[in-house]
Design a protein around this ligand. Sequence first.
Ligand SMILES: [Cu+2]
Length: 287
Amino acid sequence: MAALWWVMFFMATAILLGVCAVALYTLRRERRGRGLHVGRFVAGWGVAFPVTALAVLLVIALRTGEGMLPKPGPEGALRVAARGQQWWWSFTQWDAAGNPVHSAGELHIPAGRAVDVHITAADVIHSFWVPRLTGKLDAIPGHENVLRLRADTPGIYEGQCAEFCGLQHAQMDFRVIAHPPEAYAAALAALATARPDPAHPGAADFAANCASCHGTDARAKSAAPNLAGLAQRGRIGGGTLRNEGQESVLLWLRRHETLKPGSREPSHAALDDATLARIAGYLETAR
Ligand SMILES: [Cu+2]
């Protein structure tokens, strides 16, 4: 890096001195009454020189940019998909057998490996941004952008929608959870197989009131956040609430209209407290 700094410093100095020299030269010629040949001067220094210099810089910049991407390594980059929608993120990834695992709000990756995030959006333009891992990239409906990132150490990396996308743009955050490489397959398998207990008394209430939007099976796509992994998520509603278990889920169900006004979650005012508590208890059984 230091070497590059010096190269840039000397190049900039050389250009500065060059410009000064040309200016002095012109002034002297003017004084002697021998003006420059304007046409030739413009063609040379105004067209040919900048075109050549910018072309060389473009080649260098492209190669440097390519070199700054995390290297995929022998096993290649891991492919995952991210989709932004008002106002939450859904993620899809594939296990070793190629079966999909769908989740919401949290993206699980192995640390130390390059990950290609294929980014799109369902409704308006959003932007995928995990500041500690890499730059931001737009999520555009009907189009796929690919962002390569790598987490060098295991941990939780906060992400945020970085393109104003409507009322609840500020509560559209997500997390990238980087697992130690050897623990990644198990973490993904845990996510894929987590299911609420179908024998729980809240199962029928959930089926009647929630299942038209929410899935509870990470293997299947779901129009609203997939709730299979809810019990393991750190937050609810794109950062609206910390998830401290059943109480937090209940709070979301009762108060989301004031906590996250405008969200696509319908009102549950028609459901009594006992029903909501049963549903929250049911979701909590997914481990
Ligand atoms: Cu957004």
